[in-house]
Write a protein that binds this ligand. Structure first.
Ligand code: AMP
Ligand code: ZN
Ligand code: FE
Ligand code: FE
Length: 287
């Protein structure tokens, strides 16, 4: 068993930690195109990069191609939002077959639901006299899966909030006056969907909002691993989830959840690296 002292979540970049398994591109709410992200990963010294867009695998093919040229191995991934009683639980799918028909149908459906939710959020904002236009939001999203970060960007750029973060705290965050739920599967259905596409399911950033009870429920439902390293995790949480992984013979993953743009998380890429051996362990679990 590895000890948690072999890696850190403190921004320190250990020599053998050359993998970042949680990043977003412009195909969801990330700022960089797949090519730009791979280039940046290379410059940061990463050897393995997980591409985990929300509800989209459209960045994967380009990423793999560009990665081959630059010597960055791409782990095909996706981040799916599931929910229990209206509270979100994000599940990462790794090594999914990104041409799997059932998966692609689900992703297309979820993106459609995201668009409908964006419409409802803009309507709610308009009802409280915030004059945001849907088109301004859709311009930000381009062809990517539209999400609240695009709405936050639009609100800020239109001078309707003082900052990106304020858009969440004042209007569109959980419990806010323009908050709207997303369509979500249950976490169990999400784990099944990922398995049916040949992938491994990991609970994303559990330290943010997952209770121990929910975690136990997911482990019983066939969860393959836990995202141990994440910017939202204190070193104590990293150790805690590392211990749970060992206790239940699960796998571990981690990464920066890098998005770029107005989040000011430019330093994150390369600061939450994990051992490349973790990816090897995933591959061994698959075959
Ligand atoms: P969505 O998938 O559309 O619900 O958007 C989720 C994204 O919004 C995630 O990437 C979060 O990091 C971001 N987000 C959610 N709540 C907040 C918040 N209170 N402040 C800043 N970003 C947030
Ligand atoms: Zn995101
Ligand atoms: Fe997430
Ligand atoms: Fe994410």
């Amino acid at each position: 068993m590895k000890s948690s002292a072999e890696y850190s979540n403190s921004g320190e970049n250990k020599l053998d930690n050359k993998a970042d398994l949680h990043t977003h591109t412009s195909h969801s709410d990330g700022f960089l195109s797949p090519s730009e992200l791979i280039q940046k990963a290379r410059e940061t010294g990463l050897e393995i990069l997980g591409i985990t867009d929300h509800d989209s695998v459209n960045a994967i093919e380009e990423s793999i191609e560009v990665g081959k040229g630059l010597g960055v191995e791409v782990v095909p991934g996706v981040e799916l939002s599931s929910a229990i009683d209206g509270r979100e639980i994000h599940i990462l799918g790794y090594f999914i077959d990104f041409s799997n028909k059932t998966l692609l149908e689900h992703l297309a459906f979820s993106r459609g639901e995201r668009l409908k939710r964006a419409e409802r959020i803009v309507e709610k904002l308009n009802n409280i006299n915030i004059p945001l236009k849907l088109d301004t939001v859709l311009e930000k999203a381009g062809s990517g899966a539209v999400g609240r970060p695009h709405i936050a960007n639009a609100l800020f750029d239109e001078g309707l909030t003082g900052s990106y973060v304020e858009a969440f705290s004042k209007y569109i965050g959980y419990g806010g006056p323009a908050y709207e739920k997303k369509h979500s599967l249950s976490p169990e259905e999400t784990i099944t969907l990922i398995a049916s596409a040949g992938g491994l399911s990991f609970l994303a950033h559990p330290g943010k909002y997952t209770t121990e009870m929910v975690l136990q429920r997911l482990i019983k439902s066939g969860l393959d691993g836990i995202e141990v390293v994440h910017p939202s995790h204190t070193p104590e949480k990293v150790r805690h989830y590392h211990d749970i992984v060992n206790q239940y013979f699960l796998l571990e993953s981690g990464g920066s959840d890098f998005h770029g743009g107005k989040r000011n998380d430019d330093g994150a890429l390369g600061s939450y690296n994990v051992p490349t051996a973790w990816v090897q362990e995933m591959k061994e679990r698959l075959f």
